[in-house]
Write a protein that binds this ligand. Structure first.
Ligand code: ZN
Length: 457
């Protein structure tokens, strides 16, 4: 198969035409939403929508946002036949699948798919992985071990829809996963960024042979920012002896993969044109921003084709930078990197700082002396503000003499001060000290009583 695109028509049409096509669908979606969901009814009724056929997504600016807290409350008010909450928009008999959020920020939320939703998810996730270079002759090791989360069964469906061979190894012990690669002739891997980095570091310890000898030629990471960071990407590239490292991103609330990185490897293209409209907004004021290279903001999603649990202007909390709006690959959708989640954001003396930015500065300054594992300590779960130096642990690289740890810590502190205007108190800790998750690995931890920040957990 030598096709270049999964959905050529919408992937290559001028972006303004794609938005106009979506705006047309949006009008019908909004009309239907009133009738189908109590949750959306009050919200969509209030402002008058423009008459005639709108030509752009600016019409969305008139409508209210939806936040995760509102969805959570809606889900808590569930009634018989409506386990998904007041925003459930079809009867249970039409629902064929439940998808759960990972619950990294609070209690998990559950979303629903009808058969039509499922088909749209399959096609979109296939488009994302196709954009990220997966083809029918690939044998893909799918390393997410939880079928019920966005990156579980839905990703498995995406690989099978392309026609690739799905080797669902997630959930098995790590050694078994690695030993299965050559046995099954796996050539492509999908994992979270943190688990991918962990495998890169520990393959030889676990099974006695280096990662580069296992025959992997494509490595895809998602679920959390990480593979967008050049030092982490380079580590994966050199560790596995491959060139092809790509990021994908999505969210359970909307569609589990909507962004995929093309051959150009300079950010992830939006790939969900058939079912999801996107806006970039100023997270402080909520004002729409234009998709142009260098712009930053929060991504807001509207699932104009979703039947079971539709989302209207859903605030993702994902803070992104636009890396381009045209591309050598021929795709016309915006490309992004995720900078961090706005609900992870810390405030140091009135300035916003993302935990990922702290990690990225440390890695780009002294990446050969440290591992990409960082732990930022909070005193309380709801702590956002830091008036004193932010406590940060970072792991030393294997083989670094311990008498160099203190000097390295001071150097990272100076880089953080210089580049982010943030004062941190950095502890360099021994390799292998910081926790790694088999799914997502949070960068921020809450100090339990008496914890010094230097203990192993
Ligand atoms: Zn591209």
């Amino acid at each position: 198969m030598d096709r270049r695109y999964w959905d050529e028509e919408l992937e290559t049409a001028p972006w303004s035409e794609v938005e106009a096509w979506q705006a047309g669908h949006l009008v019908h979606f909004l009309d239907g939403l009133r009738a189908r969901s109590d949750f959306h009814k009050d919200r969509v009724d209030s402002p008058a929508r423009p008459a005639g056929s709108p030509r752009s997504l600016e019409l969305l600016a008139e409508l209210p946002f939806t936040t995760k807290d509102e969805l959570r409350r809606s889900q808590e008010e569930n009634s018989p036949g409506e386990p998904f909450g007041r925003h459930q928009a079809v009867p249970l008999s039409e629902i064929v699948q439940v998808v759960s959020s990972s619950g990294t920020t609070g209690h998990p939320l559950h979303y629903a798919l009808t058969a039509a939703d499922l088909e749209l998810w399959r096609q979109t996730i296939a488009a994302v992985f196709f954009t990220a270079g997966i083809r029918p002759d690939d044998v893909v090791a799918h390393l997410v071990g939880l079928p019920g989360v966005a990156g579980g069964l839905p990703y498995a469906d995406g690989f099978r829809t392309i026609g690739a061979t799905l080797a669902w190894l997630g959930g098995f012990p790590t050694e078994r996963i690695l030993r299965s690669f050559p046995r099954l002739q796996v050539n492509a891997v999908l994992s979270t960024a943190s688990f991918g980095t962990y495998l890169t570091d520990h393959c030889e310890d676990l099974i006695g042979v280096p990662a580069a000898s296992l025959g992997i030629t494509k490595f895809l990471g998602g679920g959390e920012p990480g593979f967008g960071q050049p030092e982490i990407r380079e580590k994966v590239r050199s560790g596995w002896g491959l060139d092809h490292v790509r990021e994908v991103m999505g969210l359970a609330d909307v569609l589990s993969a909507v962004w995929g990185e093309c051959d150009d490897e300079r950010g992830m293209h939006f790939c969900a044109q058939r079912g999801v409209a996107i806006e970039l907004i100023d997270p402080a004021t909520g004002a729409q921003r234009r998709w142009r290279e260098g712009a930053t903001g929060e991504v807001v999603y509207t699932t104009f084709a979703r039947e079971a649990t539709p989302m209207l202007r859903y605030r993702s909390s994902d803070h992104v930078v636009v890396t381009g709006v045209d591309c050598r690959c021929g795709r016309t959708s915006p490309r992004i990197r995720c900078i961090g989640r706005t609900d992870d954001m810390l405030i140091y003396k009135g300035m916003n700082v993302f935990p990922t930015a702290i990690r990225d500065v440390a890695l780009s300054a002294v990446g050969d002396a440290v591992e990409p594992y960082v732990r930022i300590w909070k005193d309380r779960p709801d702590q956002v503000r830091f008036d004193d130096a932010i406590p940060v642990d970072i792991e030393a690289a294997e083989g670094l003499e311990t008498d160099r740890y203190a000097g390295l810590a001071r150097r990272i502190e100076a880089e953080l001060r210089g580049r982010l205007q943030v004062r941190a108190v950095v502890s360099v800790v021994a390799p292998g000290t910081l926790p790694r998750g088999a799914y997502k690995t949070p960068l921020v931890h809450v100090r339990a009583n008496g914890e010094t920040g230097k203990e192993e957990r």
